[in-house]
Design a protein. Structure first.
Length: 249
């Protein structure tokens, strides 16, 4: 039995009213859906929508908000229709994943010079310069109020994707430490299992083809751990202190 145009129009208008849809585009989609499924199946879909709404509704993708009744209706219709039938009702699916863009070519270390020349047309200013070195010192040389040692950089860590691979030649760090600072770590660093933690101001030393580091703070990993333990009393000690405070109060 064929459905008359008047029946289709009446069904579309009734469903749109039930869903609270008044805009031209969603009403047009309802019209195509009714013609594709037939009025009876469209009414069944509306009843399913009302049941979902009675149970709390559906959230949009990402869960940021609840779908409107019309949104639930169209969502259920998309699940019911497949292939060409879905495209006839909803058009091409804009939600399909777009073809992935080919990855940008990675930068080779040797190619950095052209980029640097472009960047140096306007050089920024660093308000703070600090470097942190962690490791075992080399031979320690003392001269007056200065203690000097050297460290050599190891292999590069895992770098963020897209960055060029650094040169394999390790960097030499010439570390200058005030004698008073060194006195605080000299004994601790005799432990072969301990390492220095040096924070300092770095500058290029072109004659030595390395980085000179003027030490601002120096400690060792074990001294640092012991200092944290002293600063953090145990729960038992905290409770004992609170009891004493209560007794004196």
């Amino acid at each position: 039995m064929d459905t008359s145009p008047d029946d289709i129009t009446a069904t579309v208008n009734a469903i749109a009213q039930q869903l609270g849809e008044t805009e031209t585009m969603p009403i047009a989609i309802i019209g195509r859906l009714v013609r594709q499924l037939g009025p009876a199946a469209a009414w069944d879909l509306l009843q399913e929508t009302q049941l979902v709404e009675a149970r709390g509704g559906l959230l949009v993708r990402g869960g940021s908000r609840r779908r409107t009744p019309g949104g639930v209706f169209f969502h259920l219709a998309r699940q019911q229709l497949v292939g060409a039938d879905r495209r006839r009702v909803f058009g091409p699916d804009s939600r399909q994943k777009k073809p992935a863009r080919p990855p940008a070519p990675s930068l080779e270390w040797a190619d950095r010079l052209a980029l640097v020349q472009e960047a140096q047309q306007q050089i920024g200013e660093a308000t703070t310069m600090k470097i942190t070195l962690i490791g075992r010192p080399g031979r320690v040389v003392e001269r007056g109020e200065v203690v000097l040692t050297t460290l050599r950089g190891g292999s590069a860590p895992a770098l963020p994707k897209g960055l060029p691979t650094p040169p394999a030649e390790p960097t030499t760090y010439i570390v200058l430490i005030a004698r008073k600072q060194w006195a605080k770590v000299a004994e601790a660093i005799q432990d072969p299992d301990d390492v220095l933690i040096i924070e300092g101001y770095p500058t290029l030393d072109p004659q030595l083809r390395g980085i000179a580091v003027f030490t601002l703070n120096v400690t060792t990993k074990k001294l640092q751990a012991a200092k944290r333990q002293v600063r953090a009393p145990s729960a038992l000690e905290q409770g004992h202190g609170q009891t004493q405070a209560g007794e004196t109060g």
